[in-house]
Every structure is written in structure tokens, then in C-alpha cells.
Design a protein around this ligand. Structure first.
Ligand code: SF4
Length: 267
């Protein structure tokens, strides 16, 4: 068991939510390629928000790779977050994009693609009132919101792409915390929503099938992502679950960021 960090009074103050301010995690924003899901390969600026209402891996199961956004036992959870106003966050997103070669390329190619921002975490819907405000400040951007499917996105987010990753028992979270059928049904009804299930072995498909059936999830929206933190263990899990995915006519999504950049933060 790693040593548990004892937060100072200053640390506790840093974690307090402030009116109209995003609580942004230590990764802040970074420009990269979307590595997962239906827009894999698209250039995007990622905004990583602090806090999560689940705790994947804390009580067994596979380990969340962004524990610094929620795990109160870790020093970086207490030390890294910062507050950005909504206007400042929008400005930082624009500035990050402008540092990349994409803006010029998009203009030269006359590409229909929009500039893209992926709001990730942690669990971004914990701060969704501010996400709604930032979509108004960046009306010409495509927004993706990553979520664990436990909090319903508000109707104002209807034009965003919702990348929902409902958690299974293999995440180590208690069922009553991680599984919210009404939320999954609401997300399924949104026009640009997707469900990404993390699978390790064929046994996981009993649970996925049950969730899909109970919530009436559209099979065209389902993606299976083999679990892993290295290219080799993602490949190993992909091989184990391949037949189950094919049988159901679903799709895979890989964690391309691992292949492209390795297991690093801010990729
Ligand atoms: S829901 Fe996502 S961010 Fe939260 S603990 Fe699980 S993997 Fe990590």
C-alpha cells in the first residue's frame, strides 16, 4: 500500500470549487490526436478537468490512468489542480490550437472539419454548467465530452459528441455507484452519443449484453475497447475478446495513443 498523503490546509483550500471557475487538473490542456472512439485520428485540444465520482481500481479491478484527478490518497491530486475562469479556459484552448500546424493546414485544405476540443477528466459532467458556457464562447468548435455515464448531460449539450464509457464490475466500483440505467438511456437518445466498454475477457460480455438490453442501447453506437496500459497488453485483451465483438457485429476502438505515444500523460 503506497503512503497516503496528508493534505495541508492550503491543499484543502486549493480543492474548493469557486463560482464560475473550472477546476482544471494538472494536465491542463494539451493538443494531440484523439486516440479513441469514432473520431480517432482527429486533431483536438484536450481539456482535463479535476474530480471524479468513481474510483476505478481503488478497490480492485483495472487501474484508472488519471488517478491524479480523483484519488485523495495521492499528493498530486491535492497539489496540481488550478482554477481557470470560463473565458480564460476558452482563450487557452484557442491559444493551444494556434500553436499547432493544424489551423494553417485546415485553411489550406479547405477542410470541412471543425476545430475540436475534447473535455475529459476525471468526470467532466461534474462541471457541466461551465462546459455549457464554454460551448457558447467557442461556437465554431466541435465538442466531445467524455463521461462514465453516471450523470445525465444537460439538454444544452445536445450538439456535443458524448463519448460514454459505462463501467463494469471489472473496474472495481460497486454496481449502485457505476450503473445508472436512466442516464445511459438519456445518453443513448442523444444524436451523437457512443458507448465504449472496457473489456478484458469474454466473461465481461454477459454484463455488457445485460446493460445493452436493459437500457435499449443502439448496437451501432457500441464500441469495445480492450483494456491495457501497454501496446502488448491491449493486444492480448483484444485477441481474447475478438470473437465476442465479431459475434455481436459491434466495433472495436483501440487506445491508439498508447501505440502512437506510449503510456505518458498529456497524450
Ligand atoms: S470513471 Fe474514468 S476518470 Fe473516473 S476513476 Fe474511472 S477511469 Fe478514472
Amino acid at each position: 500500500m503506497p503512503e497516503i498523503y496528508q493534505p495541508t490546509a492550503e491543499d484543502k483550500q486549493r480543492l474548493k470549487m469557486r463560482e464560475g471557475m473550472f477546476k482544471v487538473s494538472g494536465d491542463q490542456i494539451f493538443a494531440t490526436l484523439q486516440g479513441e472512439g469514432v473520431t480517432a485520428g482527429e486533431p483536438a485540444v484536450f481539456l482535463r478537468l479535476h474530480f471524479c465520482n468513481l474510483a476505478c481500481g481503488k478497490n480492485g479491478g483495472w487501474q484508472c490512468d488519471t488517478g491524479y484527478t480523483w484519488d485523495t490518497r495521492r499528493e498530486d491530486f491535492w497539489k496540481e489542480p488550478i482554477d481557470w475562469s470560463i473565458a480564460q479556459t476558452a482563450e487557452n484552448i484557442r491559444a493551444e490550437w494556434e500553436k499547432t500546424p493544424w489551423e494553417e493546414k485546415f485553411q489550406k485544405d479547405g477542410k470541412a472539419s471543425k476545430k475540436r476540443v475534447v473535455v475529459t477528466g476525471g468526470e467532466p459532467t461534474l462541471q457541466q454548467a461551465k462546459i455549457i458556457e464554454i460551448t457558447k464562447l467557442l461556437p465554431d468548435w466541435a465538442f466531445e465530452i467524455e463521461t462514465n455515464g453516471t450523470i445525465a448531460p444537460r439538454p444544452e449539450l445536445i450538439n456535443c459528441q458524448i463519448n460514454c464509457s459505462p463501467k463494469l464490475s471489472n473496474s472495481g466500483n460497486a454496481k449502485e455507484r457505476r450503473y445508472k440505467p436512466d442516464v445511459l438511456k438519456a445518453i443513448n437518445a442523444m444524436p451523437n452519443s457512443w458507448f465504449k466498454f472496457v473489456a478484458l475477457d469474454p466473461k465481461d460480455f454477459e454484463e455488457i449484453d445485460q446493460m445493452v438490453q436493459e437500457c435499449g442501447l443502439d448496437p451501432k453506437k457500441i464500441l469495445i475497447m480492450p483494456e491495457g496500459y501497454t501496446k502488448d497488453n491491449v493486444d492480448e485483451h483484444r485477441t481474447l475478446v475478438e470473437e465476442e465483438v465479431k459475434k455481436r457485429g459491434w466495433n472495436f476502438t483501440m487506445r491508439n495513443q498508447l501505440i502512437w505515444f506510449g503510456p505518458k500523460r498529456r497524450t
